[in-house]
Design a protein around this ligand. Structure first.
Ligand code: HSE
Length: 338
């Protein structure tokens, strides 16, 4: 049995989902893969750090809102950087808040972990959209890996499909519905909810970013388009340089009128190769019901790759959510440790 020790940064929705998934899949990991995972440390900016070199009690953690009811012997007077350096761990799971302008503090966390010879897995879009090349180089120089499947379409393997399989078939264009919150809002508005009601519901369901303007104004989709451009086309674009329009000006009336003509409003992110480099955009688009993207409902996402050899490939799946993003972390974890 191979024992893998994990340190976590962030104990929010996705962190809980990850611990829950470790518990649910424990028997499968042991029996089928010969892998035993323990979480040795968790740091959260709100609650501090807990640490147990032989593993924290996962079942207790999954039902805990914070660290205050934990065994006092677990408490460590470490900040995040100290936890990364000092805790016994092979992998750091980085789940701090997303900042698409600077990528911090996640960039610093990822750098420290890689420099300490620890693999990094993150669903945080900031460091991947802004500093993927630098982090990938650091990982290579330190003999470790970085996993980021959860940054685009949560556990739906949009990045792995492109980078592991389709890349060799020549991808020229990528477009899709890449934000669960806005697709949920637009779907709910088709059912008669107001924009405000639908946004509130998306927040309750845990789809929205801590600051939901990141979703509704299209910044989140722009971050994902920047990641796709970088990982698939090898071209870095700053999310803030992407032409962008969100959905906050779309009214219930607009949505209902479109519906009568069999049309659906969707927030579409796109990036394509041109003679002058790559062109990227994020904007609401009216799609006829015959278009596969028009039928993606709720927090669902879809991505279309145009490939020289294969034509159009569409991948549909969940794009947000605690369990769905935790699935991406598990996918990366297994790929990296195997
Ligand atoms: N807020 C994001 C969304 C989370 O709604 O898609 C997943 O990146």
């Amino acid at each position: 049995m191979k024992l893998i020790k994990i340190g976590m940064i962030g104990f929010g929705n996705v962190g809980h989902g990850f611990i829950q998934a470790l518990i649910e899949k424990r028997t499968f990991f042991r029996n089928e893969l010969g892998l035993e995972f323990v979480v040795t440390a968790i740091t959260d900016i709100r609650y501090g750090t807990i640490y147990a070199p032989d593993g924290l009690p996962l079942k207790e953690l999954v039902s805990a809102k914070d660290f205050y009811g934990m065994d006092p012997s677990f408490y460590q007077d470490w900040n995040t950087i100290q936890m990364i350096r000092n805790a016994e761990s092979d992998v750091i799971i980085e789940l701090s808040f997303t900042d698409l302008k600077t990528g911090e503090p996640a960039v610093l966390h990822c750098q420290e972990a890689l420099l300490s010879g620890k693999h990094v897995i993150t669903s945080n879009k900031g460091p991947i959209a802004l500093h993927y090349s630098m982090l990938k180089g650091l990982a290579r120089d330190n003999g470790v890996k970085i996993g980021c499947e959860g940054t685009v379409m949560s556990g739906t393997p949009a990045l792995r499909l492109a980078t592991d399989s389709l890349l060799i078939t020549g991808i020229s264009e990528i477009k899709g519905i890449l934000n669960g919150t806005t697709n949920f809002i637009l779907t709910e508005m088709e059912h008669g909810s107001t924009y405000a009601e639908a946004l509130k519901e998306a927040q309750i369901l845990g789809y929205a970013e801590a600051d939901p303007s990141g979703d509704v104004e299209g910044f989140d989709t722009a971050g994902k388009i920047a990641i796709l451009s970088h990982l698939v086309f090898g071209t870095f674009i700053k999310p803030e340089d992407i032409e962008r329009e969100g959905i906050s000006d779309i009214t219930l009336d607009d949505v209902q009128k479109a519906l009568k003509d069999k049309l659906h409003w969707k927030l579409i992110g796109a990036v394509k190769k041109t003679e002058n480099g790559v062109e990227a955009s994020v904007k609401p688009v009216l799609l006829h019901e015959d278009n596969p993207l028009a039928n993606i409902k709720g927090a669902g996402n879809a991505i279309q790759y145009r490939s020289d050899l294969l034509g159009e490939i569409t991948l549909i799946g969940p794009g947000a959510g605690r369990k769905e993003t935790a699935a991406a972390l598990i996918e990366d974890l297994i790929h990296i440790v195997q």
